[in-house]
Design a binder for this molecule. Sequence first.
Ligand code: GTP
Ligand code: MG
Length: 255
Amino acid sequence: YRKAASATGLPTFLLVGPSGGGKTAFTTLTERGTVPTTHPSTTPLSIEALLPDPHVPASSHYRSPGDPAFERSRRFIILDTPGHGKLRNYATSTLADPGNVRGIIFVVDAAAIDEEAGLNEAAEYLHDVLLSLQKRYTNATTSKGPKEIPVLIAANKMDLFTALPASSVKTKLEKAISEVRNNRAKALRDAGAALSGGDEVDEEKEWLGEGGEGSFEFDEMREIGTAVDIVGGNVCQGKNSGDVAGWWSWIGEHL
Ligand code: GTP
Ligand code: MG
């Protein structure tokens, strides 16, 4: 699947996030314009799509529809990955070697965020995604730093009355990521003390964002070239398609 994606050379948007968030539903809606019945994914899925009207790729703002360059610029790949905790190796390996990845879309069920288990699972996964982008940035050998990779947090299922608004999804995730960050640092210190009688583990490299004990904010990711946006949407509305215009527009801004 990666070969197929890289062979076209098209800009790729990588879909990650916990199981059940709506990644495959969004992928199919973007590819075919219809809402499918989905099952939890066990394999990654790579599809080619066209940015739907009226969204315009940022690179084509001055071109007119019908211009072949305009039409070409609307093409992109979505790489949908399984969200189950035991099947994240597909996402992880792409994050480690992002190739054509132009942006990362972290799809999350905005109703699940209101429950502790759902919030913690999302926060841990998102923490790891951001940490791998940070490592890629700090390990880069060029002085310019690697190409910037933005992240969209797609707060899905806004049609459900239990869904939290995007602004609450943001603050809840920031708070939960602060805890993940503290817990990971403590675990590293404990492991380090047990292993080598106090030898320093490379703690700094494993700490997401800026140093210090304060709480985590997505804005800290700007330092590593990653802008994080949060946009609400819903892939479906009953059996019909819902409203994901904000996500397509975000894709257009990075296309
Ligand atoms: P994994 O493949 O396990 O990682 O999950 P996924 O993120 O691909 O989730 P999937 O697209 O399979 O969607 C999970 C369930 O959520 C399906 O039953 C979808 O129909 C449902 N779903 C997706 N989007 C929405 C939405 O906007 N609103 C509601 N109410 N349900 C949705
Ligand atoms: Mg899926």
